[in-house]
Design a protein around this ligand. Sequence first.
Ligand SMILES: [Ca+2]
Ligand SMILES: [Ca+2]
Ligand SMILES: [Ca+2]
Length: 340
Amino acid sequence: MSTHLLIDKHILIFSENPAIAYKRNQDRLLNSETIRLLIFLFVVICLMLMYPSGAFAKRTVKGHITDKNGNPAVNVRVKAFDDDLWPNPDDLMGSAMTNSNGYYEIHYEGGHWDSAPHWWTIWRPDIFIRVSAPVNGWCDDGDWNPNRNWIHRRDSGVTSNHPHRNNLTKNLQLLNYPLDPVEVHTFQRGVDMWSEVDFFFHASAFGCAPNGDKVEWDEWGIGGPPTIATRCWNPPNNKCTDEDYEKIRALGFGPYPVEYVVNALNYLIESDDVDENAESVLKGTLKEIQQYVKNGNIDKAKGIMESFKQKVEQEREKGSITYRASTILLASSDEFINTH
Ligand SMILES: [Ca+2]
Ligand SMILES: [Ca+2]
Ligand SMILES: [Ca+2]
């Protein structure tokens, strides 16, 4: 009895409300269709915001780069970056070279330039540009680095949260461009360089460049004073004096112009390596040599240089000249006689 009633009830429910049941199903169907459509539109809008394309998105950074004089900076490299907070590294957006008008144009990809903390994030980059100039080597604190190809010049300010759909113009003036001229020369001790170890492994040195520039530096190292060094500098520079050249000559290497040799000998004679008596003896002879050199009579000067050598040897026997000084004096005298 009770079972029969229950079945009847069910039959009753389904048989009594077919229209309502159909409508309910239709509503359910409509609702799911609407939701599907809404989701689709939402996704489309999201995608348009996230990946704008075509006319909707410009995604261009452009502008003019000028040098310190206000002229176009031609053929310099411009990179656009999305600025990010440390320790997140800045994201490279694109790169371009300036043309003959100093104009550059960078087209960047759409998409997420910043990580998304929420699904509704705006995905906008924080744009700045970085300008570098091409170089064939570079001078870092007097050390020539032949492998350097780019030298950074300047960064622009940051344009935060820039919408992809808008072009961005970023002009920049470089305050230290064109680059200062750089001189590079390899110096040799005793030829065009003076060097000595002044304490522990510390050496001080200077070189006299072919153009007369005086280049000074110091360095640390084991193995005595530097004998060869490649240095670079930005002119204008101080010039080497006669005394600077004499100091180099006194190291006693290499073929030199006659005046230099005579000056170097003079410099040594006046040093503490030669005592007063020997100094006056040798100075008289050297003055004669100097006089003949001045008058262009080199043969006569060479003859007197032979007797100068004998006097050096005599003074060395007497102990009036240190061994070091006599060696340099004799070597320099020989060089004078044999080279000139
Ligand atoms: Ca950013
Ligand atoms: Ca980043
Ligand atoms: Ca980023």
